[in-house]
Design a binder for this molecule. Structure first.
Ligand SMILES: NC(=O)c1ccc[n+]([C@@H]2O[C@H](COP(=O)([O-])OP(=O)(O)OC[C@H]3O[C@@H](n4cnc5c(N)ncnc54)[C@H](O)[C@@H]3O)[C@@H](O)[C@H]2O)c1
Length: 427
């Protein structure tokens, strides 16, 4: 995956103006002092340079405004791999010692989910700015405590929700906010795979360490690892959180040594009744992953970078004929009524959101924004809040499935910044 800088990003976004971009994605304010920060450096360290952490490191290493000062990990293969990307980094085996290093302005935390809480809290206590990989924490209580800690710390806080910086998604949400597709009718979000999600291990006793995602003590599985990216699209597009969630989870296929669900479905309900469905199965990948935004006048599939208008040219003649035949057939049955019309799925090819495939999924740009914010010490609007709600919704969905009941978003965990109506006091 390539690094993408802001100039290239703007080219990819085509005609979206700066003002419109900031209305849809206020966190782009991170780049407002970009010219003034030339020559400055954010001194960044990483805790947990595993699979994701190494990708983050590779982007940081290409940014002239970043100095990778140190790494901390307890697993030698991760340290060795990280040093190949950042050979000058100081190595710590204990993250607490890294946090004492006064040459570090900010830390990127990319450890397993259950480790995030203590590490993020310690990092803020040590006076560091924090970029924490999603999801923020293992419980809603911890996620909320971290958010409060961030507020009182006056430090920068980013969560690794890279869709917020992905040109496809920004374009999609901007079109929704502009009213191009009319009212939002619903969301169908899904992430399907056909593999057990298990990584190879050097020895059997390392299984839980390497495959932490599959064990309840370390992870909430699909919801905290995959769903949190996708649920964010609902809040971002609607500018509010869904207040109700229900769902069902099961282990249906990959049964061996697995503790987390491999098959989940949740329904999130917004106050106006609009629903966001989330589905994931790990034993069929036909539909892949997508966040379909269904509106009265059109549908958007940001992952495919496409949108479709609801009104399409007349169906090809043979489909029309099928419809006519079915109409005639069912029209003869009294209880079906004459108004019954079969709905033929929309088969138009739609339009592309961007002129060409984007060069990045937003990760490199997000890290670039983080470095800018660390240098200027200005927290971009709403980025922490978007991350907070994405984690909260994934945790609530998981809880609803575990407890097999309908949950209401608890008032005590709602933020003052709800509904994007207010902006962060730190901006
Ligand atoms: N934003 C995304 O798209 C995305 C993608 C993948 C993973 N992630 C997130 O990144 C995080 C890491 O995932 P991963 O797939 O890289 O996991 P991983 O297991 O590959 O890496 C975790 C690293 O943390 C290290 N670690 C564990 N305990 C530690 C400790 N006490 N001190 C220091 N290091 C420790 C491990 O040794 C390992 O190197 C997770 O939160 C995950 O959800 C985000």
């Amino acid at each position: 995956m390539k690094n993408i800088d802001r100039r290239q990003f703007i080219k990819e976004m085509g005609m979206i103006s700066g003002g419109v971009l900031l209305a849809t994605s206020p966190w782009f304010s991170a780049f407002s002092d970009q010219k003034k920060t030339v020559g400055s450096k954010a001194r960044i360290a990483i805790i947990g340079p595993g699979s994701r952490g190494q990708l983050l490191l590779s982007f940081l290493a290409k940014n002239p405004k970043v100095e990778i000062v140190a790494i901390a990990d307890i697993y030698q293969p991760s340290i060795d791999a990280a040093l190949k990307i950042a050979p000058k980094a100081k190595v710590y085996k204990n993250y607490k010692s890294l946090l004492e290093d006064k040459n570090i302005d900010a830390v990127v935390i990319s450890t397993p989910l259950d480790k995030h809480y203590q590490m993020v809290m310690d990092a803020f206590d040590a006076g560091k700015h924090v970029f924490c990989e999603k999801s923020i924490a293992y419980s809603l209580e911890h996620t909320y405590t971290i958010y409060q800690k961030y507020l009182s710390s006056k430090k920068i806080f980013f969560v690794g929700q890279q869709r917020l910086f992905d040109p496809r998604y920004i374009h999609a949400i901007q079109m929704v906010h502009s009213g191009e597709f009319g009212d939002i009718s619903g969301f169908r979000t899904f992430w399907h795979r056909n593999n057990d999600w298990r990584r190879p291990v050097p020895s059997a006793n390392m299984d839980e360490y390497i495959n932490w995602r599959l064990y309840k003590a370390h992870s909430k599985g699909i919801m905290t690892e995959l769903a949190c990216h996708q649920l964010q699209i609902g809040t971002w597009a609607m500018r509010e959180i869904p207040n109700k969630v229900m769902g069902h989870g099961a282990i249906t296929f990959w049964k061996e040594k697995r503790e987390v669900y491999d098959n989940v479905s949740c329904i999130y309900v917004f106050d106006n009744g609009v629903k966001m469905n989330y589905d994931s199965v790990l034993s069929n990948k036909f539909y892949g992953l997508e966040e379909q935004i269904l509106c009265h006048k059109g549908t958007i599939e940001p992952e495919k970078s496409k949108y479709y208008y609801e009104e399409i040219p007349p169906a090809p003649a043979f489909l029309q004929m099928v419809n006519d035949v079915e109409n005639a057939m069912f029209g003869a049955i009294p209880f079906a009524g004459t108004s019954w019309v079969p709905e033929t799925a929309n088969t138009n090819n739609g339009h592309y959101l961007l002129d060409k495939k984007p060069e990045s999924d937003g990760t490199s740009l997000m890290l670039e924004a983080f470095a800018e914010a660390v240098i200027t010490q200005k927290q971009p609007a709403l980025i922490a809040e978007e991350g907070y709600y994405a984690t909260a919704l994934s945790l609530l969905g998981h809880q609803a499935m575990e407890e097999e009941r309908v949950l209401i978003f608890p008032d005590e965990f709602k933020l003052d910044y709800l509904n994007h109506k207010k902006t962060s006091s730190k901006v």
